[in-house]
Design a protein around this ligand. Structure first.
Ligand code: NCD
Length: 348
């Protein structure tokens, strides 16, 4: 029997994992669990003196970033390097994109170097699909407009699972500008895959009732976060709002009504934020710097989860396409193996 995707359509026989990671709907529950387990195995390398693994030696990972990024770009770059892949990062400013080159032409140019993976961030929805259609590389969506940011969702699941030792039944309140948030859209879908409960909290202009169709509860009262295990705070994404539009009367009023202050967080709750944080707007600095805040834990999770995603794509794509070098359990000798379906990663 073929595995059902979250999106519903069965995966073609012989494909044990998606070829690309463009949206959370590419993932089944098995995919999510396998990636999180691989990330956990990889996390053991973080405390070592020598942190590099030879797993993807000889592979090329290209980062194409058409939007600003700190965490996502640095973690994809480091993730590829920690697995010994070669990396190249192209930002739109300072490249031929400045001179009017189209996304497809830039992708074709980079494809001439035969990259194994292209990681794409772009302000327009669907840009990663354009790159996937133009090249033979595995493509990872690192954020397209307000649409999807699947690796952020995976690293958030990883962080929650490490904090609570489970995902099933965990209650997550997502607070703030849900309307413009690719992080929220991906996270809501990912939490549904693993059986977590979601409440969206914010003003009606930024958390419309229709979002309930995604299978979550909606509240316009900040008090609704009290029940949650996780308070997930979103940034007010002004760059994605139409010029002149007013989604909140003022930032000060937003902060008064929905800002996450120490008195709104109860003991036992954890607070998460994808970054970049606007301290004093959506999150009080006293909360951001408190032990309840898992913001830097999320960044650390981002590294191992992106290592796991790269590993997964390069070792589990359509049968016969992958040749990776795996260490023997002792980690000293090398075998060149064709791997149609990789075993769980062993980190000695
Ligand atoms: C987010 C993004 O760019 O989508 N940040 C991130 O990737 N960590 C969230 C945001 O911009 O607010």
């Amino acid at each position: 029997m073929s595995e059902q995707r979250a999106g519903g359509s069965p995966r073609p026989p012989g494909e044990t994992a998606p070829r690309h990671l463009l949206a959370v709907s590419d993932l089944t529950r098995d995919d999510v669990e396998r990636i999180l387990d691989t990330a956990r195995a990889l996390s053991r390398t973080l405390d070592r003196e020598v942190k590099k693994l030879p797993t993807l030696r000889g592979r090329l990972v290209v980062n194409m970033f058409y939007e600003s990024s700190t965490r996502t770009l640095s973690s994809f770059d480091l993730a590829a390097k920690r697995l010994s892949a070669d990396t190249m990062s192209l930002r739109s400013s300072g490249s031929s994109v400045d001179k009017g080159e189209s996304l497809r032409d830039t992708a074709l140019t980079l494809a001439a170097y035969d990259p194994d993976v292209i990681v794409v961030r772009h302000p327009h929805i669907g840009a990663p699909q354009v790159v996937a259609a133009a090249t033979d590389a595995h493509v990872v969506n690192a954020g397209d407009g307000k649409h999807q940011h699947p690796t952020q969702a995976l690293l958030d699941l990883y962080t929650i699972r490490e904090a609570f030792d489970r995902l099933d039944g965990v209650h997550v309140a997502i607070v703030g500008d849900v309307l413009h948030s690719r992080v929220a859209r991906s996270l809501i879908e990912a939490l549904a895959i693993v059986g977590a409960r979601v409440t969206l909290v914010g003003p009606p202009t930024l958390v419309p009732w229709e979002i309930e169709e995604m299978g979550c509860s909606v509240s316009h009262e900040i008090g609704a976060i009290a029940d949650a295990d996780v308070v997930y705070v979103l940034r007010m994404q002004r760059e994605r709002m139409l010029p002149g539009s007013a989604f909140v009367p003022s930032l000060r009023e937003y902060t008064t009504l929905y800002g996450i202050t120490p008195d709104r967080v109860r003991a036992g709750q954890v607070v998460m934020h994808p970054g970049p944080m606007n301290r004093g707007v959506e999150i009080d600095p006293r909360v951001a710097d408190s032990p309840a805040a898992l913001v830097t834990t999320q960044v650390r999770a981002g590294l191992v989860v992106r290592m796991a995603v790269l590993y997964d794509l390069l070792t589990r794509g359509p049968a016969g396409t992958s040749r990776v070098r795996l260490a023997d359990p002792g980690g000293t000798a090398w075998n060149d193996l064709a791997i149609p379906a990789a075993p769980p990663l062993e980190v000695a």
